[in-house]
Design a protein around this ligand. Structure first.
Ligand code: ZN
Length: 677
């Protein structure tokens, strides 16, 4: 592993932070924490932690000895000084005398000694950092070190490799006991440069930021070189079908099956040679189900993945049945694991949902699952890291991690349990929405409104750059799609499914207006309008129900039909006719798919400033009626101008409603001629 320390960079950190009255120690702590955090083979997504012992002034202007240690919720790759909260060092060190300390009391004692009462909770490994005497301490969950220690004879392997340069600490869950044991190991030989925490990770320390960091890189490099030696080939491939089904066909089936208590999950797919080599192995059930490479991954990934049968092209039904059976076993095993381990707890734990968070599909790859796209991505990242660690471990010997009881203690940690039930989810959380014409006024407003309600949102538009820009506002997916090309629509839906695992809500919004007197209009104009204003809705809806039926979790179709469907304008037939057909289409979907829980509704909007009604058109129409522009726009029963946001709100309301289908809701401020009768 490359040592990225640069004197010049270090000086620039010191200079930059001096302006914010951050001292040299803390500035350098930020610098090397970022170096560590930026390397995924060392830490991932908030894993690992660092500290520095320094002095800071309290409110009385007195110099106080403090430990600045990584705060929970901060990622080292992007850490700032406020992500390293300062805790009074004296009181922390006093705690070494305690015989026992609950996690809750530990967190409280750390919080009451913060210099800034608004700072985040200091890391759960704070006491360990405080008890050791060194100025700079770095802690990572380096893949290479884990591949060595996560072995049957991991300790002996590490001792042979690192010798007396490192101390060796047996596995203990983070807290007072681990901190005291670590100090004991260090004191037995204070010449060590760091400590290997067996089945957990590595600490290095030093008088300077550079020394602690360089020792980390040095030790990890040693481990990497060791892993390269005498590597045996691993994972004999199992017999798999010649051709497997596409991710886009498999994911909705899995997403439907993993629903629990009415809640669905968002998926994140990973393929690639390393993943396939792992999931295609004959012995996958042995090496993939041992547990996670470092204990805290279990909170996101669970101890074991679900392993499905290999899907065969055309055999989707067999895949569904086989997976349902495997999942049933998985759930029963998980519940038994909970029962078994909860029995020995003094304070009984609350059982978490038994659904897997990692699904491995031989022949295809893996899925990370989470309550939202970000959680799913993190889970998939951790799963890939575990594959990396396990593969290297198996090349050397046999992968072996902490016991089931120790795993349970992390998964059901009292501090994690305390978070349960807190923080309410948004109404459309765990849902995936697709909006076509996603960059028009109404489309973009609807995409934003769905995202604000917690949904993952894919923005489809002819203009790829515009789609990406709208999606970037809320971290969604932007895709180029000409909805009149049915193959392009299929491709776009496949991409959405590959990204999120399925589809729940579809707003078929793309459209355009063609004027023309019906007796004279060229055939081509009418047909072009039918392509976009009718057939495109049909191909979008067809793809949507295909995915929804595979999921078996119902769904929601929404069409933008415009008032033309009900109240045609003179010389506007080419626009009104297909819109009227689309209104009938909406009802047909409601009728044909209602028994599967798929709702189908339409919004009938009028006089909205958007791509269809440009400012120039507003001007011309207002002039023709002898009205001012604003009088023209608010020329409705309520006398209020209707905006794209008003339309978006109704789309969201319909998406949230559970008992409305085959309905047309007007959003026009009241136009009695467009009222349904
Ligand atoms: Zn750790």
């Amino acid at each position: 592993m490359k040592n990225l320390w640069s004197d010049r960079e270090a000086r620039s950190f010191v200079r930059r932070y001096a302006k914010e009255r951050v001292n040299r120690d803390r500035a350098l702590r930020v610098y090397t924490s970022r170096l560590l955090g930026g390397e995924p083979a060392l830490v991932l997504h908030g894993g690992g932690n660092t500290s520095v012992k320094t002095t800071m002034k309290d409110v009385m202007g007195q110099n106080i000895e403090v430990l600045c240690v990584k705060g929970s919720g901060w990622d080292m790759a992007a850490i700032e000084p406020e992500g390293l909260p300062a805790v009074r060092l004296g009181p922390l060190r006093e705690m070494v005398k305690l015989k026992r300390l609950s996690d809750e009391d530990m967190v409280n004692a750390q919080r009451v000694n913060l210099l800034d009462s608004t700072a985040p909770n200091p890391s759960v490994e704070t006491l360990l950092h405080a008890f050791l005497p060194h100025k700079f301490i770095d802690h990572t969950h380096a893949n290479a070190v884990l591949s060595l220690t996560d072995q049957k004879d991991g300790e002996a392997l590490c001792r042979r490799l690192f010798g007396k340069k490192m101390g060796y600490v047996p596995y203990i869950i983070p807290g007072l006991d681990l901190s005291r044991k670590t100090l004991q190991v260090y004191e037995a030989d204070p010449s060590v440069q760091g400590l290997i925490l067996l089945k957990h990770g590595i600490f290095t320390f030093g008088d300077t930021a550079k020394q602690a960091y360089s020792r980390m890189i040095g030790m990890v490099t040693l481990a990497e070189l060791r892993l390269k030696k005498g590597r045996k080939k691993v994972f004999t491939a199992a017999k798999l079908p010649q051709k497997t089904t596409a991710v886009a066909d498999i994911a909705p089936v899995l997403r439907g099956l993993t629903r629990y208590g009415g809640k669905r999950l968002i998926f994140d797919f990973r393929g690639g040679a390393k993943v396939l080599n792992f999931v295609n192995g004959k012995d996958i059930r042995r090496y993939a189900c041992q547990g996670t490479a470092t204990p805290d991954h279990v909170i996101r990934t669970k101890q074991k993945p679900l392993i499905t049968p290999a899907p065969e092209t055309g055999g989707l039904n067999a895949f569904r049945k086989g997976t349902a059976r495997a999942l049933d076993r998985y759930v029963k095993d998980y519940q038994a694991y909970f029962k078994r381990n909860n029995r020995r707890q003094k304070i009984k734990r609350t059982e978490l949902d038994p659904m897997p968070r990692v699904i491995m599909v031989p022949g295809l790859g893996l899925f990370g699952l989470g309550a939202d796209a970000k959680a799913a991505r993190i889970t998939a990242d951790l799963a890939e890291t575990n594959i990396e660690v396990i593969t290297a471990a198996e090349c050397l010997g046999a992968y072996k991690v902490i016991s089931e009881a120790d795993t349970f203690d992390i998964e059901y940690w009292s501090l994690e349990q305390a978070k349960l039930g807190k923080g309410s989810e948004k109404p459309l959380a765990r849902h995936v929405s697709v909006v076509t014409g996603g960059c028009s006024g109404i489309g973009a407003a609807t995409a934003r409104a769905l995202a604000a309600e917690g949904s993952e949102v894919a923005v489809l538009d002819q203009d790829e750059k515009a789609a990406l820009a709208v999606a970037a506002e809320f971290g969604g997916l932007g895709l180029a799609c000409d909805v009149t090309d049915s193959r392009a629509v299929r491709r776009a839906f496949d991409q959405v499914v590959k990204k999120y695992g399925g589809v729940d809500i579809v707003v078929s919004n793309a459209g355009a207006a063609w004027p023309g007197t019906i007796g004279e209009v060229p055939d081509k104009v009418l047909r072009d309008s039918f392509e976009l204003n009718f057939f495109a809705h049909q191909s979008v809806a067809q793809n949507a129900v295909r995915v929804m039926v595979a999921q078996g979790t119902g769904g929601c179709l929404l069409f933008n039909t415009s008032k033309q469907a009900v109240n045609p304008s003179k010389d506007f037939g080419p626009y009104g006719l297909p819109k009227a057909a689309t209104m009938a289409l909406m009802r047909q979907y409601a009728l044909d798919y209602g028994h599967l829980g798929i709702k189908s509704n339409a919004v009938n909007a009028d006089r909205i400033r958007s791509g269809l009604l440009t400012d120039d058109m507003v001007k011309a129409r207002a002039r023709a009626r002898g009205l001012s522009q604003s009088d023209y726009m608010s020329g409705n029963l309520l006398g209020r101008e209707v905006t794209a946001e008003d339309v978006a709100k109704v789309f969201v309301d319909l998406a949230r409603s559970t008992k409305t289908t085959a309905a047309i809701v007007t959003v026009d401020g009241g136009n009695i001629a467009a009222a349904l009768r």
